[in-house]
Design a protein. Structure first.
Lengths: 182, 206
């Protein structure tokens, strides 16, 4: 069953199709949320809520307005950012450093035994040869949900440059992914 | 439509990021239907983002699982999966019971102590009353002794010692006679049953 069919069934409230989509995307959603909230338990909790939310609002997804993953990615990002901005989160004095996955890269290599919540070796292979400005722009557009305009202002580069720089950065990422698969 | 140029523009990367306008999204969607290269490109971009987001997922995650989502969306009635881990609830149950038993034992002990103390107080109270009575009696006795002593010390008193008769030769008594008041006090402490004191207008006879 291809993705489009799964999504159609999901929108018709087919719980089995929903479970397949959950299995397909759970780790991705949890990964994005985790880079924002920086707490494993909280990331899992928010991710579960995100999936409950997409089921309850499945009608609002329209394939002509974007990819299914893009839709749930956006919901997850907003949920995580809302949590980080909430009073309860601030009261817990969580580490609110601005970097998302860029910060993870600066941590020492993790091993099976380490207490690190993320296996950084996989991430390091993926972003191999990616320049700092690539990590920056990918983080802004995919993890922080910046618009093209916001990214151009933040990076102080022309609007068109955001598009082309992101394109070249994603190309390098794609090469790394292909290497990973080989 | 120059497909290569369109792909190279970087719009598809932004499409996957979800930062395009609604109109741009619809446009890309339609081109993707029309041109397989565009569709393939979108899938490849998405795959790289999926790989990246997956790589930052926490280790050993997905403990709650899909059943928990089912509970959240009301597709499953039991709340089993959202309960605390079993060991944890058992631990807290045991602790709770242990605390309750300790409290019970403590209360019983205190009740027992309290009862004991109350009964001790009663005993002491009774002893106190007895002692007070004795003090009262002793004071009365002292007062009458003092009065007697004062009477015997009177200057008008005449002391007459009396000896014992044959029946009890060692017995003795003393007679204090106040002529002025015409009163007689007899100290017959050692006069046994057999003795008598006769008092006539002529004088004292033992």
């Amino acid at each position: 069953m291809d993705l489009d069919t799964l999504v159609v069934r999901f929108q018709k409230k087919d719980i089995l199709a929903f479970e397949k989509l959950y299995d397909m995307y759970w780790e991705n959603i949890c990964g994005v949320v985790h880079t924002i909230v920086k707490d494993k338990g909280l990331a899992e909790e928010i991710s579960q809520d995100v999936f409950a939310k997409i089921w309850n609002n499945s009608d609002s997804y329209n394939p002509s307005k974007g990819r299914f993953f893009t839709w749930i990615l956006n919901i997850a990002r907003n949920a995580a950012i809302d949590k980080v901005r909430s009073k309860s989160f601030k009261d817990q004095k969580k580490n609110l450093s601005a970097d998302y996955f860029v910060g993870i890269l600066n941590r020492p290599d993790s091993t099976e035994e380490s207490k690190e919540e993320i296996d950084t070796s996989a991430l390091k292979k993926l972003v191999l040869n990616l320049k700092e400005k690539c990590l920056e722009i990918i983080e802004m557009l995919y993890f922080k949900g910046y618009t093209q305009t916001e990214a151009s202002q933040e990076l102080d580069i022309p609007l068109g440059t955001v598009k082309t720089r992101n394109r070249s950065c994603i190309s390098q990422l794609r090469k790394n992914v292909t290497l990973e698969w080989k | 439509m120059e497909v290569d140029k369109y792909i190279a523009s970087g719009i598809l990367e932004l499409y996957v990021a979800g930062t395009l306008t609604e109109e741009q999204n619809v446009e890309v969607f339609q081109y993707a239907r029309e041109y397989p290269e565009i569709r393939e490109e979108i899938l490849a971009i998405e795959a790289s983002i999926l790989a990246l987001t997956k790589s930052v997922a926490p280790k050993m995650a997905k403990r709650k699982g899909f059943d928990d989502v089912k509970v959240r969306i009301g597709e499953r009635k039991d709340t089993k999966v959202v309960q605390f881990p079993k060991e944890k609830s058992n631990w807290s149950t045991y602790t709770g019971w242990a605390a309750a038993i300790l409290l019970g034992v403590g209360v019983a002990w205190f009740y027992n102590e309290n009862t004991q103390l109350k009964s001790d107080i009663n005993v002491v109270e009774q002893q106190k009353q007895i002692l007070e009575q004795q003090i009262f009696e002793a004071r009365g006795s002292l007062a009458s002794s003092n009065e007697l002593l004062n009477k015997l010390r009177d200057k008008d008193i005449t002391l007459t010692p009396l000896g014992g008769q044959e029946v009890s030769p060692t017995s003795y008594a003393k007679v204090y006679w106040n002529k002025k008041e015409d009163k007689v006090y007899i100290d017959a402490q050692d006069y046994r049953n057999h003795q008598m004191v006769w008092y006539t207008k002529y004088g004292l006879l033992s």
